[in-house]
Design a protein around this ligand. Structure first.
Ligand SMILES: *Cc1c(COP(=O)(O)O)cnc(C)c1O
Length: 241
């Protein structure tokens, strides 16, 4: 067993705070989202109880398996993995935000699903979404190309049951910190372009979800408002099957 979860969380928060100060930013501008794939409900509960109620889930199956065990704890869950269209309804039931919108078709599907929920429940509010951008150009990564973001942002902004809050990226998978930094700076640039476009429904898209356990300092220097941290808190994961 590695060190306990509250201790690891405190270490991560200290890293985030130091990186923000180093960049001349207010540490309060940077939220820590816990990437909880493969983590047991028990350890996720421990993290929420320690004061970290913002969770990220990659897989629909894991999400729907774990969330029933968390309903008594106040928390927010973001979907951060690739979302297949046949999983939209199952995921929507549990999440507060989908960070991985990368096609107009997925956005429209989410909008329609949320609209259907709103017919049954008048308290329903638009679903928060972020646009996932492939800033590294790596073929293996999901996300829309940077030059296509303006069009997608305008399309998302026009959908009544979605609220565009920002942008997400997975940084370049590289030991070259220059490349990693360039991918994070690229996300900040597209965010600024979208905000400057004045397209309907895009004026609140300030969030930059970027940076993980290994590179959060670089992301914070480039303007991250939310880092997504897994292994630095929960230890290394089993290799994917
Ligand atoms: C797993 C994961 C993370 C966290 O990665 P670590 O290196 O474990 O911190 C962040 N974002 C996404 C999309 C992930 O799947």
């Amino acid at each position: 067993m590695s060190e306990d979860v509250p201790q690891a969380l405190a270490r991560v928060r200290a890293r985030v705070d130091a990186a923000a100060r180093e960049a001349g930013r207010d540490p309060a501008e940077v939220a820590v989202l816990l990437a909880v794939k493969t983590v047991t409900a028990e350890r996720v509960r421990e993290a929420i109880t320690a004061g970290y109620p913002l969770l990220g889930q990659n897989r629909a199956q894991e999400l729907t398996a774990i969330e029933p065990d968390l309903v008594d704890l106040e928390h927010r869950t973001h979907f951060i993995g690739h979302l297949q269209s046949n999983k939209v309804n199952a995921v929507l039931r549990w999440v507060d935000c989908v960070q991985s919108v990368d096609t107009a078709a997925l956005a429209e599907r989410l909008d329609r699903a949320r609209a259907r929920l709103a017919e049954a429940d008048s308290a329903q509010t638009p679903l928060e979404v972020m646009i996932q951008v492939n800033t590294s150009g790596e073929d293996s990564k999901y996300g829309i190309a940077p030059h296509e973001v303006l069009d997608l942002a305008a399309a998302v902004g026009a959908l009544p049951w979605l609220r565009l809050t920002g942008f997400m990226t997975i940084g370049a998978n590289s030991t070259d910190t220059g490349r990693v930094r360039a991918s994070y700076q690229g996300l900040a640039e597209v965010r600024d372009q979208v905000l400057a476009s004045d397209a309907v429904g895009t004026g609140e898209a300030h969030e930059l979800s970027m940076g993980m356990s290994g590179d959060l300092e670089i992301a914070i220097a480039a303007g991250a408002t939310m880092v997504r941290v897994g292994s630095a808190v929960f230890g290394s994961r089993p290799a994917p099957a």
